[in-house]
Design a protein around this ligand. Structure first.
Ligand SMILES: Nc1ncnc2c1ncn2[C@@H]1O[C@H](COP(=O)(O)OP(=O)(O)OP(=O)(O)O)[C@@H](O)[C@H]1O
Ligand SMILES: [Mg+2]
Ligand SMILES: [Zn+2]
Length: 321
C-alpha cells in the first residue's frame, strides 16, 4: 500500500538532481567570485584553516581554551570582512552558500527519519501524473460536481444525492478495505467525473491510483502478451493488478473475445483475492452484463461490487444548451 515504487524512484531521482545542481551552482558562484575578487579567495582560504582548527578543538572538547576563543574571533573577523567585500560588489553575504529548493531537508527528502513535506508533495504530483487522469483531476472534482443537472425529476435528484454521498464517503474513508464500486448509468451522467473526484481524494491521501478505460487497459495486457517481440519493455499490465485503487472506465466498450474475457476476469479476480479496491463504470444494465459476460465475471461484479446508479439527462447535452 502507498506510493508506487516507480514514483518513489522518480521523485528520489528528482530530489538527488536538485541537490546536486544546488551544490554545483554554489561552486560555480564561488569560482566566479574568486576570479573576480582575489581578496575573497584569500579570505576563503583562511576560513578553511580556521574552520579546521575549530573542528579539531571541538572534537577534543577544548571549547573554553584560550586558543579556541582566539580562532573563533579570527573566524568571526574573516566572515565580517568577507561580507563587506561581497556587499561592495553588490552581492548578498550568502551568495556562495548552497541554495536548496527545500531548506527544510536540503533536498534530501527527509528530516531525520521523517519524509519531508516537499517529498510528499512531489510524490502526490507524480501520482497525479501516473494516475492516467491528467488535467481531469483539476476539473472533475467533488466541488465542481453539481446536483442541479438532476433537478428536472425529483426522484432522479434523490438517487443522485445518494450516489454523491456514497462516493464522497468512499473517498473520505478510503482504505484497502474500502471495497469495490460499480457505476451504472447512461452516457454523460457523471460516472467518469465522480471517479476522477474519488481518485483525486484517494491520491491526496497517499494511495497509488490508476485510471483508464477498459479498452486501454486490455491493450496494455495485449502488449505484454506479445512482448517477446519488443523485448526491452517492462510489463504494462502489472500496474493494474498491483495499484491500491484501480478505476476501470467504460466496461462494455471493449471487444469481447476469449483473450479480453480472460483478462477481465483475471483483473477482477486478482484484485478481489488481494483485497485491492476497484471502481468500474459501465453504460450496460444488469441484464446486458449477464448477456455479455460469463457467470464467473457477472457473479463477482454483482456480488462483490456496491452498485451506484446514475440517472438523468445527458449533462454533456445540458451544458451545450
Ligand atoms: N453533476 C455534474 N456536475 C457538473 N458537471 C458534470 C456533472 N456530471 C457530469 N459532468 C460533466 O459532464 C461531462 C460528462 O460527464 P462524464 O464524463 O462524467 O459522463 P459519463 O457518465 O462518464 O459518460 P460516459 O458513459 O459517456 O463515459 C463531463 O465534462 C463532466 O465533467
Ligand atoms: Mg465516462
Ligand atoms: Zn524538503
Amino acid at each position: 500500500m502507498g506510493y508506487s515504487a516507480e514514483n518513489y524512484r522518480t521523485v528520489k531521482e528528482l530530489l538527488d538532481t536538485r541537490r546536486a545542481e544546488a551544490v554545483k551552482e554554489s561552486e560555480r558562484r564561488r569560482a566566479e567570485l574568486h576570479a573576480k575578487s582575489p581578496e575573497v579567495a584569500e579570505i576563503d582560504r583562511a576560513l578553511r584553516k580556521t574552520g579546521m582548527s575549530l573542528f579539531r578543538a571541538a572534537c577534543m572538547g577544548g571549547k573554553d581554551a584560550e586558543p579556541f576563543l582566539r580562532v573563533m574571533a579570527e573566524n568571526k573577523a574573516l566572515l565580517e570582512s568577507r561580507a563587506e567585500l561581497l556587499a561592495s560588489l553588490g552581492l548578498p553575504s550568502d551568495y556562495t552558500e548552497v541554495h536548496y529548493t527545500c531548506p527544510l531537508c536540503s533536498d534530501s527528502g527527509y528530516v531525520d527519519i521523517n519524509m519531508c513535506t516537499c517529498m510528499k508533495r512531489e510524490l502526490t504530483l507524480a501520482a497525479f501524473r501516473s494516475s492516467g487522469l491528467g488535467s481531469l483531476l483539476e476539473k472533475q472534482t467533488f466541488e465542481s460536481f453539481s446536483l442541479d443537472y438532476y433537478r428536472a425529476e425529483p426522484q432522479n435528484l434523490r438517487l443522485m444525492e445518494r450516489t454523491l454521498a456514497v462516493a464522497k464517503e468512499y473517498a473520505a474513508g478510503f482504505s484497502m478495505r474500502a471495497g469495490n464500486l460499480i457505476f451504472f448509468g447512461r452516457t454523460g451522467l457523471g460516472k467518469t467525473h465522480l471517479s476522477t473526484a474519488i481518485a483525486r481524494e484517494v491520491i491526496l491521501r497517499g494511495y497509488d491510483v490508476r485510471y483508464d478505460s477498459l479498452p486501454n487497459i486490455l491493450s496494455d495486457f495485449e502488449f505484454d502478451r506479445y512482448k517477446s517481440s519488443y523485448k526491452d519493455d517492462t510489463p504494462r499490465g502489472e500496474k493494474y493488478l498491483s495499484c491500491d485503487l484501480l478505476i476501470m472506465d467504460d466496461l462494455g466498450t471493449e471487444v469481447v473475445n476469449q483473450f479480453t474475457l480472460s483478462c477481465l476476469y483475471n483483473i477482477i479476480n486478482t484484485r478481489l483475492c488481494a483485497e485491492r479496491p476497484t471502481i468500474i463504470s459501465t453504460n450496460l444494465g444488469e441484464d446486458m452484463l449477464q448477456e455479455r459476460y460469463n457467470d464467473r465475471i457477472t457473479s463477482r461484479l454483482l456480488g462483490e461490487y456496491r452498485p451506484l446508479i446514475f440517472v438523468g439527462e445527458d449533462i454533456r447535452m445540458q451544458k451545450l444548451q
